[in-house]
Design a binder for this molecule. Structure first.
Ligand SMILES: Nc1ncnc2c1ncn2[C@@H]1O[C@H](COP(=O)(O)OP(=O)(O)OP(=O)(O)O)[C@@H](O)[C@H]1O
Ligand SMILES: [Mg+2]
Length: 403
């Protein structure tokens, strides 16, 4: 799929922009602080209905407008072409008093966020995405959730139910501790939690397995055949009821081989989940929180058996994160039949010549790729002649001819 037209109104440093885009590569060059990242972020926002990482929606509204107008808003709108369809997605962030509200439209009709996630598929790589490897388990869970939600609406629905049940179950745990109540009340919530939780975990397990196969290949290409990357799911409890390996220590690859098979059947995982909940029950009541379940999951990046979060060099960590994101392109295509839009922000800056060449090879496989740079020279002349080029200055874009 590709975006054929993008328009932004009062979006960050863009007051008004209408942009026609081709399929294939699009390269944006601009000095620092001119709006390159903002533009990619706007597309990501349309795809996921969320601003990247922890940034909040209210920051998306141009701050001059936010101060001056009585009903300030920011709007992002795109026309998307797939192999069989053309559609329009628009999201408007509106301030009403002290609150911010999102109005989401698909071909003009009002929709819930859940209904449009997965319509426009994107894979985005930002410089700070190295945190996928270096950061906390929460960052990796968010990444998994956002990837899975784009390719599987059932996953998204299960996730939203799970989070609600989790909140209610935690409230009950606190109540039981305070009032010394009857713990049998938990059975109902355990059942609910295990039903959706098992679905999340089976999906995560199988998706990481798929990602692993492609990311391994990408990482090998990017590292010039020198390194072997493996992605390894570390569920909050063992789906097979086996002892957990200790990730604090460098791991030997062979120890992980048995995990390279599809997850056990859903029903079994549900039962296993429930038995772990029963085991944890007294500790859960005394601590007032649910201690097992997908909200405690993690996954690991292993290069030649070594956990990159703990022991990776900066370059290895960056390459592992990039390989995984690029693998997502293939995964999304397998699931949805459409190649996603690839958004690569400043991806070349820390890569050597060989790795840059590999990135271009992968970009050529995407339906559309938007790349940003501060320097045209980061890209070969051959690539620049194939790509649509824009220069970005102070929230305006100008078409540039290759030299
Ligand atoms: N809500 C907003 N209203 C107006 N301007 C904003 C808003 N949010 C961010 N900006 C500004 O937009 C400008 C462009 O930011 P952006 O991150 O897109 O730059 P960039 O071109 O990617 O720069 P770099 O090369 O440094 O990564 C920044 O100066 C930033 O302060
Ligand atoms: Mg930037």
């Amino acid at each position: 799929m590709y975006i054929s037209q993008l328009s932004l109104t009062n979006y960050r440093n863009y007051s008004r922009l209408t942009l026609d885009l081709p399929s294939g590569p699009v390269l944006l060059r601009g000095d620092n602080a001119n709006g390159k990242t903002n533009l990619l972020e706007a597309i990501y926002f349309l795809s996921t209905t969320r601003s990247v990482h922890t940034r909040t929606d209210q920051q998306l509204i141009n701050w001059i407008i936010l101060r001056q107008e009585t009903l300030p808003f920011a709007r992002v709108e795109a026309t998307v072409k797939t192999r069989s369809d053309t559609f329009k997605i628009a999201i408007t962030v509106v301030r009403e008093g002290n609150n911010f509200r999102k109005d989401i439209r698909f071909n003009g009709a009002k929709k819930r966020a859940m209904d449009i996630i997965g319509k426009l598929n994107t894979v985005m790589f930002l410089p700070e995405d190295i945190e996928l490897v270096t950061g906390s388990p929460g960052i990796r869970r968010r990444y998994l959730d956002s990837t899975l939600c784009q390719i599987n609406p059932d996953y998204c629905a299960a996730l939203s139910r799970y989070n609600k049940v989790l909140t209610q179950r935690n409230a009950l745990l606190k109540e039981l501790f305070k009032r010394n109540g009857n713990p049998d009340q938990l059975f109902y919530w355990d059942e609910q939690l295990a039903r959706d939780g098992a679905a999340l975990m089976v999906n995560r397990h199988n998706t990481i397995l798929d990602l692993d196969a492609v990311a391994r290949q990408r990482h090998r290409e990017l590292s010039g055949g020198r390194e072997g990357l493996r992605l390894h799911y570390a569920p909050s409890f063992d789906l097979y009821r086996r002892p957990q390996p200790n990730y604090q220590l460098p791991l030997i690859m062979e120890e992980l081989v048995p995990y390279s098979t599809a997850a056990p059947p859903l029903q079994e995982v549900r039962e296993t989940f429930r038995s772990y909940l029963i085991n944890a029950r007294s500790e859960e009541i005394s601590r007032g929180v649910t201690l097992v379940g997908p909200h405690r999951d993690d996954f690991h990046f292993l290069v030649d058996g070594i956990d990159m979060t703990m022991y990776g060099s900066r370059g290895q960590q960056r390459t592992a994160a990039l390989s995984t994101k690029l693998a997502e392109v293939i995964l999304m295509k397998q699931f949805t039949g459409e190649t996603p839009v690839l958004l690569l922000d400043d991806v070349m800056s820390e890569l050597d010549a060989k790795r840059r060449e590999q990135v271009i090879n992968i970009v050529d496989q995407a339906g559309q790729a938007l790349l940003t740079t501060t320097d045209w020279e980061d890209f070969s002349l051959d690539f620049r002649q194939r790509a649509r080029l824009f220069s970005v200055a102070m929230g305006r874009l100008e078409l540039v001819q290759p030299d």
